[in-house]
Design a protein around this ligand. Structure first.
Ligand code: AMP
Length: 481
């Protein structure tokens, strides 16, 4: 997972990118970067860590120009090193180009081999770099045709922003697996993975960038085209379950309401007598509110989260992750003592977190602990940009619910069937009030959504885009910087 941002036509482009990335920080915490253009040349600054730590005032000041793209990263393809941080920026025969990518290309290995055989030298282990090489060797003449040509050759998930000296290009893969939205800030155009960035900078959400759409923004305004053909909409359902921020509306669906609906359905799914419902913060909170409402059981915030550590799962080292769970959550012992507790989380991946939480609640005095998961069992790896482990590490891929219950030592465990998940998310379509015309509108697409409108491969194994098993980064570790 990653977050991308872009702005065109604003005197404060670098500052806006900084703020936009700050609102996307939840999408990746390993590295952050911004590339800007002053119309003649690109400037780039990238670093490892959180946006707020990477960018101090002098760095932002040096990023000159009125257009910018930015990126926050956590690694799905390529290791956690500065050379893999984005935006990637290059000079090639026709000018300069920077790119920021959210998603994962499923044919990157084959394309890289083909490109290397014809002489390309890769600077990073990131799948995104193949796009840059394909742009550079394209026979097309304009930058937009070169980008369309390159993106036509890649498969998988991509929501990308690209910056040349005088153009901002944003594109979303034909299935629209990862989100991408378009907004306006006065006369400037802005694009972002999620509209939370727009709220922060005071921009207005115009619409989603549609699956398969490429938009080009330059001094003459914005042009839209569909150079990659159209395919069935397959927005990642896990964005609604876990990844996106709850204050985002994505493809017309409120993430917060979707999560509440998931919790309500969960309460109906497998009823249990309990005294209190406790969320695993933060991602489990909206589902727990829905659960408590539906079940009529009091909601209690009895797991306190430290906000001074990142999302532990994102850290790539297993040793850090184990340490992270203990570092992140602490129970309110005095209020848990003797209570029958339902604890709600959005998902179980390896089972590590749930097991520790159940133990934590029991050690704090809970008399019963019932685990409820506001999604279906995660049984299949994601090849489209979410960092999930291999099948053998996914506990639900080789264990029954009863076995998982035993492993995490809960009194009972239940998940939500996929069909119900899809209808909970679909039901969360929202209309927004527009003060300009005094009417309510669906902010984006208006198609009916059902299970087939989503990519749910991590729950079903039903992969919308074919993929070859990838060999992973092949560069020598000695070169890692
Ligand atoms: P695990 O301990 O491996 O079972 O991880 C489960 C926890 O990780 C849950 O609390 C989820 O909220 C969270 N989670 C699930 N998927 C991801 C992901 N792709 N990246 C980061 N965190 C995740």
């Amino acid at each position: 997972m990653c977050g991308v941002f872009g702005v065109f036509g604003h005197a404060e482009a670098a500052n806006l990118a900084y703020l936009g990335l700050h609102a996307l920080q939840h999408r990746g915490q390993e590295s952050a970067g911004i590339a800007t253009s002053d119309g003649k040349q690109l400037s780039l600054y990238r670093g490892m860590g959180h946006v707020i730590d990477v960018f101090a005032n002098p760095q932002i000041k040096r990023l000159a120009g009125t257009s910018a793209i930015g990126h926050v990263r956590y690694s799905t393809a390529g290791g956690s090193f500065l050379k893999n941080a984005q935006p990637l920026a290059v000079d090639y025969s026709e000018g300069s180009l920077a790119i920021a990518h959210n998603g994962n290309l499923t044919n990157a290995e084959q394309l890289r081999t083909m490109l290397e055989e014809r002489g390309s030298i890769f600077q990073s282990a990131s799948d995104t770099e193949v796009i840059v090489h394909l742009v550079a060797i394209s026979k097309q003449t304009t930058i937009e045709d070169r980008v369309a040509d390159a993106l036509n050759q890649v498969d998988g998930a991509y929501s990308v922003t690209l910056l040349s000296q005088d153009k901002l290009i944003a594109a979303r893969d034909p299935h629209g697996i990862r989100p991408l939205v378009l907004g306006r800030l006065d006369d400037a155009y802005v694009v972002s993975s999620e509209p939370t960035s727009f709220d922060l900078i005071g921009a207005k959400l115009e619409r989603e960038i549609a699956p398969g759409e490429m938009i080009v923004i330059d001094k003459d305004g914005m042009r839209s085209s569909y150079p990659f053909g159209t395919k069935p909409r397959k927005m990642c359902i896990f964005e609604y379950v876990y990844f996106s921020r709850p204050d985002s509306v994505l493809d017309g669906v409120s993430v917060y309401e979707a999560r509440k609906n998931l919790g309500r359905a969960l309460a109906r799914e497998n009823k249990v007598e309990a005294d209190i419902v406790v969320p695993v913060p933060d991602s489990g909170v909206p589902a727990t509110i829905g659960y408590a409402e539906e079940a009529g059981i009091p909601f209690e915030m009895l797991l306190v989260r430290s906000h001074y550590v990142g999302r532990t799962f994102i850290e790539p080292q297993q040793s850090i992750r184990h340490f992270g769970v203990r570092l992140k959550l602490n129970p309110v012992g005095t209020s848990l003592r003797g209570k029958r507790v339902v604890v709600v989380d959005d998902s179980i991946v390896r089972g590590t977190t749930s097991r520790k939480i159940v133990k934590m609640l029991r050690d704090a005095g809970a008399s019963e602990v019932h685990m409820r998961i506001a999604s279906a069992p995660t049984s299949w790896p994601c090849y489209y940009g979410i960092d999930t482990p291999t099948r053998s590490e996914l506990i639900a891929s080789n264990h029954t619910v009863e076995e998982i219950n035993k492993y995490i030592t809960s009194d009972s465990l239940s998940y939500l069937p996929l069909e119900q998940m899809a209808s909970c998310v679909s039901k969360a379509k929202v209309e927004e009030f527009d003060p300009e015309d005094g009417k309510t509108h669906l902010p984006v697409q208006n198609e009916a959504l059902d299970k087939d409108s989503f990519c749910h491969a991590c729950f079903s194994g039903d992969y919308p885009v074919r993929f070859e098993k990838q060999r992973g980064p092949r560069q020598m570790r000695l070169l890692d910087i």
